[in-house]
Design a protein around this ligand. Structure first.
Ligand code: MN
Length: 128
């Protein structure tokens, strides 16, 4: 069962997204700020990370930079999620090391497609 770490400080977004992903057969781990995201990624080695960028304690850009600079976590694909949809925001997220980028509010089918592609790149079979 693929495991996804969802790092999101907004409770409503977190609950909605985790429920929808669980319904698709994914195991969801939750972190509510960037620092907790880092420690849970190291501890649980998820197959993929969904990273909100505006986070308390440590923002998503910094958390991504640290994950991509850590031997135990650099290989975990990260999809940035943000309400900031300007091209510069996507560029900034990719420069921090995010593998993909999507905008909020989440369009679930599109996000699921991106998750499937990145999981496949790690040879994790998405359950159908
Ligand atoms: Mn946020």
């Amino acid at each position: 069962m693929p495991t996804i770490l969802l790092i999101e400080d907004n409770e409503m977004n977190r609950d909605m997204l985790s429920r929808r992903l669980e319904r698709r057969g994914l195991t969801i781990l939750i972190a509510v700020d960037g620092a907790e995201g880092l420690s849970k990624a190291k501890e649980h080695q998820p197959d993929l990370i969904l990273m909100d960028l505006s986070l308390p304690v440590m923002d998503g850009w910094e958390a991504t930079r640290q994950l991509k600079n850590t031997p135990e976590t650099y290989q975990i694909p990260i999809i940035a999620l943000t309400a900031h949809a300007m091209p510069a925001d996507e560029q900034r997220a990719r420069q921090a090391g995010c593998d993909d980028f999507d905008t909020k509010p989440v369009e679930f089918t599109r996000l699921l497609e991106k998750i499937t592609v990145l999981l496949a790149s790690r040879n994790v079979v998405f359950p159908t």
